[in-house]
Each structure stands twice: as structure tokens, then as C-alpha cells.
Design a protein around this ligand. Structure first.
Ligand code: NAG
Ligand code: NAG
Ligand code: NAG
Ligand code: NAG
Length: 957
């Protein structure tokens, strides 16, 4: 029995001079798991961790309560889950602001992570004292959800699992630990229990981890540890092991399947009952829609059986992705109850589980040209997304993820791809609620794709052994069970750069089917090959990953015949990971992680390999491709500020062109169709590489680690934006305007206006509208069409011109503006692409477009004033007015707090705008932290204004 008195702790703290927080209660008391009744689940809430090199005790004795007389030799992490590095940061051993600064991460001793680390926790069980909740057949199940790379688990002196069974970051298992729990201190209530997990080191090439390829430096521990919760669940004799909810589309039929096990040594009778209720976001308020029960069934000792219940929801509300409608959700609560034999005997709840789901149907076809087309509820759905990464230390914060999700939707994207980064269960709940599609799958370039035919596999990765197939099976079963009911699941990619071999394909597809998987399964994200069982995946991965000019996406002679090996990543087919590599943060963010010397390198050493780019082993360690283009196109920077403004302009035009290119080529000439025999090559989807960074990175992110959106972000938002479901885009190759309608229900007569001026003096070069120049413009849902061809004056520009495209809701010039954007176009024409010299990461440019004369623009006089908020509009509105006869180029607004620091996350209606002479624009900003419950964020009190030819100013709010 362990006595842990306040005074003892205080004395220890003084003697050992360890700055541990005084503990007023024992760990076991603090860690009281609320397991009142059968069916309750609770996570082990906190951990003490230490290197196995520093602990000499064997795990049998260490896993007995009281075995550690003082935890001062351990690092305490008050978290239910953390990798070793995540725990050490939480325990104060490391500080992430310091680790992220310059190259400080290099200073962490990585050898300390080449031995196993121990996770230890003591806990009690807060059980119900009511006898009806505690039958003689109470059982306890320990549920793991993946421990990296593998683990031995001991509980109350008994070994629960070894590293062969408990293997892989996604290997989740259920262990019956009833005897270990009851042996704790002999009594269930008030018992003191101890659990020890020995987590083995992770080598991404030999183990099934959560890796980062060349995205960023590896975390020093390679993500080792209890990165997902370990749960304890209390049940009666019969436990629910696996549970799925299948809706078979949208007609209201719900099929609930579960595997149940009799944990007892005696036979039992059980009934299963499912209640379906509408999820009104407030627990308990959902109106019951349907209930269904199984007949009473007998189960022998240790036996399992699979039960199927069906129910019908009348007039089911249909779930849609955000851009197309609402996200109604339902819950199923499945309960199994036992009865002791005679029909009239008392029925006792034995186990219960809940899942949320929605009614929607997702299908995909692959055309004979090998392009995948997804459909949601029967409507062809163009996938526009970004590649998501977790935090480098795999720390999960639901509010922070929701900020990522809201940013994604605000930009107008509809999907995130998770390449082997399946995160935590909350991710899927948030995606369901917000209508954000999720495309998960396994990761490339390491153990996960260790196939003999994988030519790109780093040496010396061992190809899969029988044990590895078993780990893959457990991983797929676990992830499928966690994800399957969620309506936001667009599909599952069983391979990334390479397809799984036949044995693994069978394991994956069987596991998915057993789990009730309800969306397409794709063989891989690339055209390297495919298994016979799954067939071609219809996704391409030919790059680019580094800078390409805006015309790259549009440079397709004929969308009906374009060839993958000629036009690579251009806007046709489905690009599973590609982009111009942008995402340079602004100075305010850069100062948080770069030294003065690092900042200098950015513009004084344009070819230098940089620590905050990809790793030194990567093709993306330096910024040469991006910087060469920047120097040539925008002119050699004369200061850090000048460099950073030019990076934002380059990022903005690059991301806007990619997404406009794909959106424009979706429905062009009636190209979208789901006919598998089609040889047409519409742009069916694109995933930007990448959405965000695992740490403060200098590239590959649409917003930075500190959630500050800049050029790359507003470029995407200008192309797609949440409020730009109808939009007009500029095709750089045909010099045409393309009307894009990504809605499902907006249609009508529209007008498109194209105005071209000379940047240097604002002189009008051309001004045309569709009503006079072209036939009447009709906007129709889910389509795109060219509305103005070869816009007058662009081909003959002498110097930089500015093109303003406006989409108006009707034929009158006073009609509402639906979308408006400005493009800077070069008098030297578009960049000349050298397609024949393309490689897997970019296509070189042999002659650059020049915007260098923008450096000599006369200053524009722009004022910013606060406007009263329009009726019903949340947030703060700022009116920008250009009082000059010259344009005001690339004007940005930045919300700051009283100390002048960026306020994030933040949502501007538009930003980095270019104003024509005498033009005024009202921009609205909303702070997202209060609604998301993000703590410690200061409030905005002022807006900083700056631009290419606009003096810096600050507007106090
Ligand atoms: C992390 O994994 C890499 C292989 O991807 C390996 O070279 C390295 O030694 C590992 N680090 C540790 C601490 O085990
Ligand atoms: C689902 O619905 C389709 C068509 O409505 C039907 O052909 C199929 O058999 C159904 N599947 C199940 C499992 O009910
Ligand atoms: C829904 O579809 C399934 C499968 O086709 C069918 O069995 C069922 O009767 C349908 N239910 C309704 C309410 O139409
Ligand atoms: C920049 O990176 C590329 C690709 O890895 C490499 O070929 C080139 O030599 C690097 N440039 C410099 C100046 O190191």
C-alpha cells in the first residue's frame, strides 16, 4: 500500500531539488477512471515517462501499484497521450519555441531515443456502488489504438501484451484484463492499479510509424510512444468488439453490424438493441428516429457471434459536403444486455457503444484515360484539397485542428488528404460537422510501402515479413473501424506512391469490407501500377512540388487527348499531391523561428540549403527554383521586406492559377462525366502539396504554423473562396475568361466584365463585357465554360498590365458583384515552359515573364477607415479607398493586438487586393479564436495596411 502524503512530497522535492509540482493526492486517486456502469470507457489520463536505460526494475514489479516510491526520477505528463518528445515538452524538459528556433532541433540528443522508453501510470476505478451496475460478471477490457513503434504492456504485475502483438502506430487491440484489474488490490472499488508500457524505438524504414519523408526534420524520437489513448472499458459478460453502421446510400435504410463476445466462463443469453437518434449537437436532445432489437441469443463461454440489426429512418436528412448543403448527423447507440435464462429474469446492460453517421452515398469511376471521378449523392464532385500533416510531435489539439478545417473551407477547398496521418477520432467528428471531405490512406517511402517492386524505397528497408502483414491487418482493421461510419470519408488510398502487393491488397480490402467501409477504395495515389483486385486508381503524381509559373496549369492543347507524359501535373485528371511549392510566412511569423542570420540568408543567399525547408537529403532543401524565378520575374530584392513582399506576390499568383486551372478545366466543353469509357480528360481533382506544415516551415503550406494566412492562402481563396462558388477565372494560355460554377443550385443570367489597364499610369487599354461582346452568359451548376476569348489588348501589352475580371449577377452594370479579381500580366507574355526537360518535381522555365517595372510604380494614396458593420455581418469592416489615378497593388490588411502581434486564427473576406484607380473595397475580418475556444489569443485592436506601392499605415479600431 502506498502512502503519498503532502509532506513526503515536499521533503523529497527539497532534497532532490526537482521542481516537481507538489502532489496532494496519490496518482491513483488523481487518476480515477470514471467507470460507473457496464459500457463506460475512460482513457488512462496521465503518464510518467522515463528512458528504459535509467530504470533498472523489471516490468512485472514496476507495474505493481506503489512500486515507485517517488516519481521524481520520472517526467510527468498530465496527458492521456503523447509521444516521448510530446511528453517531454509537456513535462518542461524541452520547449517547442526553442526547439523550432533556427536549427536548435539539431541539438537534441537523438541517441537517447534508440532505447525503449517506459510509460507508467497509477489509477483507480471510480465504480458505481449500486449493485445493479456491478454484476458478478464484470469484465475489464484494455483498448490500445496504436503505440509507436511497438510495445510490451504490463498491468498490476501481469503481462497483457508483447511487442509482437502490440505493433505499429495504428495497431489497435482489445485485451481482456479482468483478472489483472481484480488482482490489483483485491477489490474493485478504490483499487490502486498500475500500468507500464515499454515503447520500442522507431525506425521509419523498419517499423510501422507515422513518418514525414522529406517534409521536415524528423522528430528526435521518430514519434515513439503512446501517441493515442489507451482506454479501459468496463463490461458485463458480453462485450461489443467491432461495430459498424452502414446506410447504403440515402434512402433511410441503416444496417448495424457488431461482433460480440461472451467473456464469461459460463453460457449467457443476450439481446442487442439499437437506438437511432438525430444528433442535434446537444447531447440528449436528439429526437429518436428508430429502434431495433435482436432476438435473445445464446452464447457459449468465450464464444463470439456477429449480429445484424436493420432499421429505417423515415425521410432521412441527407448529408452534403459544405459547398453543396447541410451536414445532418445521426447517432446509433448499440446496447447488449444479458439475462440469466428465463424470459422474465432481470435484464442487465452488459455493454454499449455509440457511433455517429450521416446519409450520403459516395462512388467513383475511373475513365479509360485513367482518371478518377468521385460522385457524392449522385453528383460528380471535383476534389479540391490540401495534404494535411499533424504536428511534428503528433500533438493533437481539437480546437487547433478545427481552425485548420475552417481555413480549408474558407479558402474554398473541400477536402484534406491524410497520407498515413490518421490523427485522432475527433478529426472525423469535426470534418463531419463542418462538411469537409477526408481522404485518408497509407504513407509512402518507408516500411508501409516495402514492396519488392518499389524502386524508390530507401535502403535498407526490409520487405514485409508475415508479422508485418499481421501488423498491416490490425492497422487497417483499427482505422477502418474508427472511420467507417463518418460521412466525410471520401475514400481510402491503400497505397500512396506505390500500390500494395496482392497479399496486402487482400488484407486491406477484406478488413475494410468487414468494417462496413462505404466509400471508394483506391489502389494508390500514383500511376506507378496497381493490383489486379483493385484496378487502376485514376490518380496521378508527376509533380510539380516546386515553383512553376501560372500558365503551367493551362498549357494543354486539347483536353480530350492530353498525355500524362507530356503535360504532367497540368490541370487535367486527378493530381493527388502537387503544387508550386509556395507558402513563405510573413516577417511576423518568420521572426518567431529564424535568427537574424537566417533572415538574412533568405534574400542574401538565395541558393543556400535552409534548415526550415525540407531536409538536407531532399530536393527541396534550398529555394533555388523559387528564388531564380523571383529574381527574374520580380527583380532582385533590395531588402528583406522587399523579398518577402515579392514572395507573397509569387505565392498568390501561383496558388490562384493552380486552383483556377483545375476549376476551369472541370466542366469545360461538357467534359465531366462519370462514363468509364470516356477518353476525355477533365480536371477531376487536385490535392495541393501541402495544406499546412508539421512545424514552422518555409514552404509547402497554405498557411503557416502560427495560423497566419498570407499570399498562398489568399491566392487559393481568390480562386475558390467559400463565397465564390461562382467565379470568373483568367486562362493565361488562351487569354480568356472562364465562368466557373461549383454550386449545385445556383444558375441564371450573368455578366462578365474584363477591364485591362496599364499598371504604371492606370490608363485604360480595354473594357469589354459579355453582354455586348459575346452571347448572353448563363451560369449553370457544376460546370465551367469560356465566356470571353482572347481578351483584347493582352497580346499586345507593352509593359505590365492589370486585368480586372468581374462577375455580375445579371445583365445590368449595377447588378451585384459575385466575384472580382485582379491579375498582373507581363508585357513580355507568359513564361516559356520547357516541358521536355520536366522532372518529377518541376518543369523548368526557359524565359521568364517580367514584372520588374512594378518596382518603379508611383505610390498610390490609399486610406483605410473603419466602417459600421453591415446588417447581420459579424466582425469588423475596413474600407480601403484608392484616391489615386494609379492602381494600388497587392494591398494587405493584418489584424494585430495591442502589442502589434498578429491575431490568429483570423478570417478576412478578401486580402492582398489590387485596387484600380479610384476604386474602393470593403473587407471584413473575424477573429476565430473565441468561437473555437482557443485560449490565450489576444484580441485585435488595430489593422496594419501595406502594399507594393502603398505606404505602411496602421488603423486603430
Ligand atoms: C528514425 O528513423 C530513421 C530512418 O527513417 C533512422 O535512420 C533513425 O536512426 C531513427 N531515429 C531513431 C532515434 O531511432
Ligand atoms: C444498397 O442499395 C442498392 C440499390 O438501392 C442495392 O442494389 C443493394 O443491394 C443495397 N445493399 C444493401 C447491403 O442493402
Ligand atoms: C432502401 O434500399 C434498400 C436496398 O435497395 C431496400 O432494401 C429498401 O427497401 C429501401 N428502403 C426504402 C425505405 O426505400
Ligand atoms: C539546390 O538543390 C538542388 C536539388 O537538390 C541541387 O541540385 C542544387 O545543387 C542545390 N543548389 C545549391 C546551390 O546547393
Amino acid at each position: 500500500m502506498r502512502l503519498f502524503l503532502d509532506t513526503t512530497v515536499a521533503v523529497l522535492a527539497i532534497v532532490t531539488a526537482v521542481a516537481a509540482a507538489p502532489r496532494t493526492r496519490s496518482d491513483a486517486q488523481r487518476n480515477a477512471l470514471p467507470l460507473a456502469t457496464a459500457g463506460d470507457t475512460a482513457a488512462i489520463p496521465s503518464w510518467d515517462i522515463q528512458s528504459s536505460a535509467k530504470i533498472t526494475q523489471d516490468l512485472v514489479s514496476l507495474s505493481k501499484s506503489g512500486a515507485v516510491s517517488s516519481t521524481s526520477a520520472w517526467h510527468h505528463a498530465p496527458l492521456s497521450r503523447c509521444t516521448v518528445m510530446g511528453c517531454l515538452i509537456e513535462a518542461g524538459v524541452y520547449n517547442d519555441s526553442d526547439l523550432f528556433f533556427s536549427d536548435h532541433l539539431e541539438a537534441v540528443d537523438r541517441t537517447q531515443f534508440q532505447v525503449p522508453w517506459l510509460y507508467r501510470s497509477e489509477f483507480s476505478i471510480a465504480s458505481s456502488s449500486s449493485s445493479s451496475d456491478n454484476t458478478s460478471s464484470t469484465h475489464y477490457l484494455l483498448e490500445t489504438n496504436g503505440i509507436t513503434s511497438r510495445a510490451d504492456i504490463y498491468l498490476n504485475g501481469q503481462q497483457v501484451a508483447d511487442k509482437v502483438a502490440q505493433s505499429g502506430a495504428y495497431g489497435g487491440h482489445i485485451y481482456d484484463v479482468t483478472s489483472a484489474i481484480l488482482s490489483g488490490s483485491g477489490k474493485e472499488n478504490d483499487s490502486s492499479n498500475a500500468i507500464v508500457v515499454r515503447a520500442y524505438p522507431t525506425n521509419y524504414l523498419q517499423d510501422f510509424g507515422v513518418g514525414f519523408v522529406d517534409w521536415n526534420p524528423y522528430p528526435p524520437d521518430n514519434g515513439t510512444g503512446v501517441w493515442r489513448d489507451i482506454n479501459l472499458r468496463k463490461t458485463g459478460a458480453v462485450a461489443i468488439e467491432a461495430f459498424s453502421v452502414v446506410t447504403n446510400g440515402t434512402n433511410g435504410t441503416v444496417t448495424i453490424q457488431a461482433t460480440v463476445r461472451n467473456l464469461d466462463k459460463a453460457g449467457v443469453n443476450f439481446v442487442a438493441n439499437a437506438v437511432i437518434a438525430r444528433d442535434n449537437a446537444s447531447p440528449g436532445l436528439g429526437a429518436t428516429q428508430s429502434t431495433t432489437s435482436s432476438p435473445s441469443t445464446q452464447l457459449g463461454p468465450g464464444q463470439t457471434t456477429r449480429i445484424t440489426l436493420t432499421a429505417t429512418v423515415d425521410s432521412p436528412a441527407i448529408w452534403w459536403p459544405r459547398q453543396w448543403g447541410d451536414q445532418p448527423l445521426y447517432n446509433v447507440q448499440l446496447t447488449v444486455s444479458t439475462s440469466s435464462g428465463t424470459p422474465s429474469s432481470s435484464v442487465v446492460k452488459s455493454d454499449t457503444a455509440t457511433k455517429s453517421f450521416g446519409f450520403r452515398i459516395i462512388t467513383a469511376t475511373v475513365s479509360s484515360a485513367d482518371d478518377i471521378v468521385f460522385s457524392i449523392n449522385g453528383k460528380p464532385f471535383q476534389v479540391l484539397g490540401g495534404g494535411y500533416t499533424p504536428d511534428v510531435f503528433l500533438r493533437w489539439d481539437a480546437a487547433r485542428f478545427e481552425a485548420h478545417a475552417r481555413y480549408t473551407l474558407d479558402m474554398g477547398l473541400n477536402t484534406i488528404r491524410l497520407e498515413g496521418k490518421m490523427e485522432q477520432p475527433d478529426l472525423y467528428d469535426i470534418a463531419d460537422r463542418l462538411g469537409l471531405m477526408v481522404l485518408p490512406g497509407w504513407e509512402c517511402c518507408d516500411k508501409w510501402e516495402a514492396w519488392s517492386y518499389n524502386d524508390d524505397l530507401p535502403k535498407p528497408t526490409a520487405i514485409w515479413s508475415d508479422a508485418d502483414y499481421a501488423t498491416a491487418n490490425a492497422s487497417m482493421r483499427h482505422e477502418a473501424a474508427m472511420q467507417q461510419s463518418h460521412p466525410s470519408l471520401l475514400g481510402f488510398l491503400v497505397g500512396s506512391d506505390y500500390w500494395p502487393d496482392d497479399r496486402a491488397t487482400a488484407i486491406y480490402t477484406t478488413a475494410l469490407a468487414d468494417a462496413g467501409w462505404q466509400s471508394p477504395i483506391v489502389s494508390s495515389a500514383a500511376k506507378t501500377g496497381y493490383s489486379k483486385a483493385l484496378g487502376p486508381g485514376g490518380m496521378k503524381m508527376p509533380g510539380p512540388y516546386d515553383w512553376v509559373p501560372p500558365n503551367y496549369w493551362y498549357d494543354i492543347t486539347d483536353p480530350a487527348t492530353v498525355d500524362d507524359n507530356v503535360r504532367y501535373g497540368a490541370a487535367f485528371g486527378f493530381g493527388s499531391e502537387q503544387g508550386p511549392g509556395g507558402g513563405t510566412p510573413t516577417l511576423s511569423s518568420l521572426k518567431k523561428f529564424l535568427s537574424t542570420a537566417d533572415l538574412d540568408d533568405l534574400w542574401r543567399a538565395p541558393n543556400k540549403g535552409l534548415y526550415h525547408m525540407s531536409t538536407a537529403a531532399s530536393s527541396f532543401h534550398n529555394r533555388t527554383i523559387f528564388n531564380t524565378a523571383l529574381w527574374q520575374r520580380y527583380g532582385a530584392p533590395n531588402s528583406l521586406d522587399d523579398y518577402l513582399l515579392k514572395t507573397q506576390m509569387a505565392d498568390y499568383e501561383a496558388t490562384r492559377a493552380e486552383f483556377e486551372g483545375f476549376a476551369a478545366n472541370w466542366g469545360l466543353a461538357g467534359a465531366i462525366n462519370t462514363d468509364a469509357s470516356s477518353t476525355k480528360r477533365p480536371a477531376t481533382g487536385v490535392i495541393y502539396w501541402m495544406l499546412n506544415g508539421a512545424w514552422p516551415a518555409l514552404h509547402w503550406a497554405l498557411f503557416d504554423y502560427y495560423l497566419h494566412p498570407a499570399g498562398a492562402y489568399y491566392g487559393v481563396k481568390a480562386a475558390l473562396g467559400e463565397n465564390r462558388l461562382e467565379h470568373v477565372a483568367y486562362d493565361y494560355v488562351r487569354r480568356s475568361a472562364v465562368l466557373i460554377n461549383r454550386s449545385q443550385n445556383q444558375s441564371g443570367v450573368r455578366m462578365v466584365r474584363a477591364e485591362l489597364i496599364n499598371a504604371a499610369d492606370g490608363a485604360v487599354i480595354s473594357n469589354i463585357t459579355t453582354s455586348t461582346k459575346e452571347r448572353t452568359t448563363i451560369s449553370t451548376p457544376n460546370s465551367s465554360r469560356v465566356v470571353l476569348n482572347n481578351i483584347q489588348g493582352i497580346a499586345t501589352l507593352k509593359d505590365v498590365g492589370l486585368l480586372r475580371l468581374t462577375l455580375l449577377d445579371g445583365q445590368s452594370s449595377s447588378a451585384n458583384v459575385i466575384s472580382r479579381s485582379v491579375y498582373w500580366l507581363s508585357g513580355s507574355g507568359v513564361d516559356t515552359l520547357d516541358w521536355d526537360d520536366s522532372n518529377w518535381y518541376y518543369t523548368p522555365v526557359s524565359k521568364y515573364a517580367s514584372f520588374q517595372s512594378l518596382d518603379k510604380l508611383p505610390a498610390a494614396n490609399v486610406t483605410a477607415t473603419r466602417q459600421p458593420a453591415a446588417n447581420g455581418t459579424a466582425g469588423t469592416t475596413v474600407l480601403l479607398e484608392n484616391h489615386s489615378s494609379v492602381p494600388a497593388i497587392f494591398v494587405s490588411l493584418n489584424l494585430v493586438d495591442a502589442a502589434g502581434a498578429d491575431v490568429t486564427p483570423v478570417k478576412w473576406s478578401d486580402n492582398y487586393v489590387t485596387l484600380f484607380p479610384h476604386e474602393a473595397l470593403a473587407l471584413t475580418v473575424q477573429e476565430l479564436a473565441p468561437a473555437l475556444g482557443i485560449k490565450g489569443v489576444t484580441r485585435g485592436v488595430a489593422v496594419q495596411v501595406s502594399g507594393k506601392n502603398v505606404a505602411k499605415a496602421t488603423l486603430a479600431l
